[in-house]
Design a protein around this ligand. Structure first.
Ligand code: BG6
Length: 296
C-alpha cells in the first residue's frame, strides 16, 4: 500500500491535497471551486460540495474508519456481490471492494473540475472470497456534476458474473418530506415485505423502513428535498437497477456505525446492476457503470 509521502507526488497546490484522514487513512481532498474527498480505503467518496451548495453526501458521525470495515455514508462501492453473499452468508455484505485499499492511478484537473482515478486488481486476498481475475477502475470527476464511473474488466480465462452498486448516501434536511421521482410504473422488489414484487405508483415518499430494488430502469431519478430547497438529479449509464434505502428507526439503532437519530437526514439512491441484471463478461471484456449527480 502507498504511504502518504509516496502519494504526495499527486498533490496540486491550491487544488488537490493528499492527507491523513480519519484514523490516518489516506485521503485525496479537492479544495478548488468544487470541493470533494475520496479515501483510498474502498475508493470511497466521502464528500462532494459543488460551488454554492452545502455538502451533498451524508456521512455518519458514527462511521468506524477501520481498515477492514466499510465507511458509513458517502459512496461505498458494492462489488462483486450486493447485500449478503447468496452462497455463503458469512462473507462480507456488499462484497469486498469497499473494505480494501485501492491504488491511486492519476489526478487530473480539467477546467474547474478534478478527475481522480483509482484501481483495484484481483489478488490472493480477493481470490479467497471470489475466484475471478478482474481489474476495477473507478473514475470520479468532482465538478459542478459528480461523475462516478466504475469500469470492470475480466482479466481471467473464464466468463465472470458480478453485481455492482454505487451506494450513494444523500444528505437531506428531513426524509419525511422528501420525494423521489422518475420511478413511476417501475416494478420493484420490496426487501421489507418478503421480497415481494410491486409496481411504483407516483413519486416515492418515505414513511417507514424503505429498501427497494427497482428493476429494468435506466432513466434519471430526482430527489426533491424541499426543507433544504434543493433538488438532486441522479442520471446514469450502464445501470439497470436503482435501489432506494432508508433504515428508519429500528434498523438504524441496530447498526453500530449509524447514529440512532441520524436516519431522518439521509436517503440512499443507488446506481446498480444486481440480481437478474448482474454483469456477465467474457474474458478481456469490460463494462462501465456511471452515475452523474447534479444539484439545483
Ligand atoms: C442497501 C441494502 O443497499 O444497503 C440494504 O438494500 C442494506 O438491505 C443497506 O441494509 C446497508 O448495508 P450495509 O451492509 O452497508 O449495512
Amino acid at each position: 500500500m502507498s504511504t502518504l509521502s509516496d502519494l504526495q507526488q499527486f498533490a496540486i497546490p491550491g487544488l488537490v491535497e493528499l492527507a491523513a484522514g480519519h484514523n490516518n487513512l489516506p485521503v485525496v481532498r479537492i479544495v478548488g471551486k468544487h470541493k470533494g474527498e475520496i479515501y483510498l480505503h474502498g475508493a470511497h467518496v466521502t464528500r462532494w460540495q459543488p460551488a454554492g451548495q452545502s455538502e451533498v453526501l451524508w456521512l455518519s458521525q458514527k462511521s468506524m474508519w477501520e481498515e477492514n470495515k466499510p465507511i458509513r455514508g458517502g459512496v461505498p462501492i458494492c462489488f462483486p456481490w450486493f447485500g449478503p453473499n447468496k452462497a455463503d452468508a458469512k462473507l462480507p455484505a456488499h462484497g469486498f471492494a469497499r473494505t480494501l485499499p485501492w491504488s491511486l492511478l492519476s489526478i487530473a484537473p480539467q477546467d474547474d473540475a478534478v478527475t481522480v482515478v483509482l484501481s483495484l486488481t484481483s489478488n490472493t486476498e480477493t481470490k479467497k472470497l471470489w475466484p475471478n481475475d478482474f481489474v476495477l477502475k473507478f473514475r470520479v470527476t468532482f465538478g459542478k456534476t459528480l461523475t462516478m464511473s466504475l469500469e470492470l474488466t475480466n482479466t481471467g480465462p473464464a466468463p465472470l458474473t458480478a453485481e455492482e452498486a454505487l451506494h450513494t448516501y444523500f444528505s437531506v434536511a428531513d426524509v419525511h418530506k422528501v420525494s423521489v421521482s422518475g420511478l413511476t410504473e417501475i416494478r420493484y422488489i420490496d426487501k421489507t415485505d418478503n421480497m415481494s414484487e410491486k409496481t411504483q405508483q407516483g413519486p416515492i415518499t418515505i414513511t417507514s423502513e424503505t429498501d427497494r430494488v427497482y428493476l429494468n430502469t435506466t432513466t434519471p431519478t430526482r430527489l426533491d428535498d424541499p426543507s433544504s430547497n434543493r433538488k438532486i438529479e441522479i442520471a446514469k449509464e450502464g445501470s439497470k437497477n436503482t435501489v432506494v434505502w432508508n433504515p428508519w428507526i429500528a434498523k438504524a439503532k441496530a447498526m453500530p456505525d449509524f447514529g440512532d437519530e441520524e436516519w431522518p437526514h439521509m436517503i440512499c439512491i443507488e446506481t446498480c446492476n444486481v440480481a437478474a441484471s448482474s454483469i456477465t463478461l467474457a474474458p478481456a471484456q469490460s463494462h462501465t457503470m456511471t452515475a452523474l449527480i447534479s444539484v439545483s
